[in-house]
Design a binder for this molecule. Structure first.
Ligand code: COI
Length: 375
């Protein structure tokens, strides 16, 4: 953690920005909430409150509050609706066995959010403000943090151009919000192999573009290829690089990693077109601590196909906050259709999943100080 005095338990004078609580006058009943928490799915139910602050070029960030969750009232000319000036983040709050609530390496999300803001010409939010906003929301809605295995409260901070103006320039009025959604596994089958379609000639991002930023536009561009992947019986699409169309870059909402027979882990290097995933970075840290060789490098599709055919590639998996660690059981494209191993999650993927989720859920020691207490 770098810049903030923010701490748990909170104190009145810790210097953290204060989000005043305006309680929902008519929150969900305990019975309704329990129903939502029983089998939450992903991103379908939302808690009683949302955190919010507004920025203007004249006054900076003002009016920090946690207010009742409700639809937004937006001018039809709001710039985000026309030019897509928007960024977001994803992180999770986990309930530990003793009832306390924690999140995972939020300073990395705060730093990435600030970097995304710079790329999209949006105002930056400090790390202290980012942490204060998620903590204030989670404390207001702490009863919404599920305790069932594999579930968590997914937190979605986002920022967008709310100024009503049709000229193409960076907005002078911007809104930042955090919403929260009790969530189970991103893929309904949980920790089970998914099938990946490798796009051919369709790209997520190009050099100098917004690929490293977490902005809605990158995800919008992935939707048609994702639909086409579904038509091929696949769960997700993997994009090759825009420069050569030969290197694996990123799966729609996850980073991709390959394990070779010698136990080494290989993943596309961060070139500016790939999202710098918090889970990616943590998985690579765990691999290095396990003594594995880690190679962040260009990853040719032809090499992965060849390795799957010869058995040199033993496991392929994907990772992300929402998807955690997800084994890949099949890699297919216009000219190949290959099973990874025997389709079952491999030992390296499984061990990494167990170690990472153990730390996040409080059943394994957090030797690296990755967990941050919220409540
Ligand atoms: C996350 O893993 O948190 C993401 O942002 C992926 C999301 C688009 C579902």
């Amino acid at each position: 953690m770098t810049t903030t005095a923010f701490s748990y338990p909170p104190t009145a004078d810790d210097g953290a920005p204060h989000y005043r609580l305006q309680r929902h006058p008519d929150p969900c009943s305990a019975a309704e909430r329990d129903r939502a928490l029983a089998a939450p799915g992903f991103g379908q139910a939302f808690t009683d409150h949302m955190a919010r602050t507004t920025w203007t070029a004249r006054e900076g960030w003002t009016d920090r509050r946690v207010q009742p969750y409700a639809p937004l009232s937006l001018d039809p000319a709001a710039a985000v609706l026309h030019y897509g000036q928007e960024i977001f983040e994803g992180l999770k709050a986990y309930r530990h066995p003793d009832g306390s609530v924690w999140t995972f390496r939020p300073e990395l999300n705060a730093a990435r959010f600030a970097a995304s803001a710079r790329r999209l010409a949006l105002p930056e939010l400090t790390e202290a403000d980012f942490l204060a906003s998620i903590a204030a929301l989670v404390r207001a809605d702490v009863d919404w943090v599920p305790s069932t295995p594999g579930s968590s409260l997914y937190l979605r901070p986002f920022m967008f151009a709310s100024e009503a103006f049709l000229g193409v320039r960076s907005a002078q009025v911007v809104d930042y919000l955090v919403i929260a959604s009790p969530s189970g596994p991103y893929f309904s089958a949980g920790f089970a192999p998914v099938d990946i379609w490798v796009a051919d000639g369709q790209h997520r991002a190009g050099a100098g573009g917004t690929g490293a930023a977490k902005c809605g536009g990158n995800y919008a561009a992935s939707l048609l290829p994702q639909q086409q992947a579904a038509e091929q019986g696949c769960d997700q699409v993997c994009f090759p690089d825009a420069g050569t169309n030969t290197l694996l870059e990123e799966i729609g909402s996850m980073n991709v990693l390959v394990v070779t027979r010698d136990g080494a882990v290989h993943t596309p290097e961060l070139t500016g077109t790939i999202l710098s995933g918090v889970t990616r970075r943590s998985v690579l840290d765990l691999c290095r601590d396990q003594g594995r060789d880690v190679h962040e490098r260009p990853l040719p599709l032809a090499e992965v196909i060849g390795g799957l055919r010869t058995g040199e590639v033993t496991e392929v998996f994907a990772c992300g906050t929402a998807a955690v660690i997800t084994p890949i059981g099949r890699l297919a494209g216009t000219s190949f259709d290959l099973t990874v191993g025997d389709r079952a999650p491999g030992p390296v993927t499984t061990a990494l999943y167990d170690e990472l989720t153990g730390i996040q859920r409080g059943s394994a020691p957090d030797d690296r100080g990755w967990m941050f207490r919220l409540a």
